[in-house]
Design a binder for this molecule. Structure first.
Ligand SMILES: NC(=O)c1ccc[n+]([C@@H]2O[C@H](COP(=O)([O-])OP(=O)(O)OC[C@H]3O[C@@H](n4cnc5c(N)ncnc54)[C@H](OP(=O)(O)O)[C@@H]3O)[C@@H](O)[C@H]2O)c1
Length: 331
């Protein structure tokens, strides 16, 4: 597995990481044993970057990752957490006192003195644009509570605003074959400013694996049931903001493209993940997994040779034909 520098942290991370929202909540039931198996399998396959958040299962994901870390104290794993969604997303809530309390809780959950990376968890634009936000984060770095900070964003404009900040280590953004806008300005700006890019939702919540059809249902406590209209959080986080029926058609096109132009034996999910980490400017891609088998297969996508021009052109064509009009100007 290729390891890349996450520039301002002075650390290297695997090109394919692991998203651990599934190990907290909102994706139906994932047992503690399965959660642990996902983490161990990822580690065995060369994953060194783990993304979590204080809000995933109200700390469950962080605690499971913390237990895993405790058993791998010398393995140099990098854990990025997030803060700021256990309260209303109002600018006044993003203040030094809350930052202190939230990071202290994450340190306890993860069992570490210093957090490797803390990301503001999709805060309001006003918070991303405010000097005071970065002054407060700089203070946490100075006193050793956190090693580095980043911002997880919903929109390209938010990403571009955050990347003007000299000490920002990373931007986390949705980037997948059904969400191409970050290729236009965000990735080139990341290269120019040496900002790490953490690409999330690479499978469009599973759609790009090609395993769903019109009869597929999801558990009541799975956001793919309850957030299709964006009533719980930004609808872009669920199927990448693409209506399910359109997503099925795009995923079928994507499956055909993989069959016709990708190396033999590659699954659609692996091709979707490999396409993301191979984009210039991406530091790591963080597919979520609910089982050991998914985790192993996703990590193996980190060893896929460069996908050819025909494949890259095909991704652009599917995007233009199926989803551009629905998503491009929205995020
Ligand atoms: N605001 C934020 O900062 C934010 C928001 C969203 C996500 N994230 C982070 O990004 C990570 C990734 O995004 P995501 O989990 O939302 O979406 P994703 O990675 O696009 O999709 C994950 C889902 O894809 C399916 N899947 C995974 N591996 C598969 C495989 N090998 N074969 C077939 N299906 C597979 C599983 O669906 P089934 O459950 O149907 O099996 C899994 O639950 C999260 O875990 C989280 O860490 C951050």
């Amino acid at each position: 597995m290729e390891q890349r520098e996450l520039d301002r942290t002075g650390r290297t991370v695997s090109a394919v990481g692991l998203g651990t929202w599934q190990l907290g909540a909102d994706w139906g039931e994932v047992s503690e044993a399965d959660a642990r198996a996902v983490l161990e399998a990822s580690a065995e396959e060369g994953v060194t970057f783990y993304d979590t958040a204080d809000v995933y299962g109200d700390g469950r994901s962080e605690r499971v990752v913390g237990a895993f870390l405790a058993d791998h104290a010398d393995d140099g794993f990098f854990v990025a957490t997030k803060m700021g969604r256990r309260v209303d997303q109002e600018p006044e809530n993003y203040n030094p006192e809350n930052f202190r309390a939230w990071t202290d809780r994450s340190r306890r959950n993860l069992g570490v003195d210093r957090l490797d990376l803390v990301q503001l968890h999709c805060p309001p634009s006003a918070t991303i644009d405010d000097d005071a936000t970065y002054d407060a984060l700089d203070a946490l770095v100075e006193d050793g509570t956190i090693a580095a900070y980043g911002v997880s964003v919903e929109t390209v404009d938010q990403a571009l605003s955050a990347m003007t900040r000299p000490n920002l280590a990373s931007v986390q953004i949705i980037l997948n074959a059904l969400r191409l806008k970050p290729l236009e300005k965000v990735l080139p700006t990341a290269i120019e400013t040496s900002t790490g890019i953490i690409a999330r939702v690479p499978l469009a919540s599973g759609l790009l694996s090609g395993k769903y059809d019109a009869s597929t249902t999801f558990a009541d406590d799975d956001h793919r049931s309850y957030n299709r209209d964006g009533s719980a959080f930004d609808v872009g986080e669920t199927f990448s903001g693409v209506p399910f029926d359109v997503g099925l058609e795009a995923a079928a096109d994507f499956g055909r493209l993989v069959e016709e132009t990708a190396p033999d034996g590659l699954t659609s999910a692996q091709a979707a993940i490999a396409w993301v980490w191979q984009l210039p400017g991406v530091t790591t891609v963080i597919p979520g997994a609910r089982s050991e088998a998914q985790a192993r297969s996703n990590a193996a996508a980190g060893r896929v040779p460069p996908l050819g021009d025909e494949f890259l052109a095909g991704v652009g064509r599917i995007y233009d034909e199926r989803v551009r009009a629905l998503v491009h100007d929205r995020w």
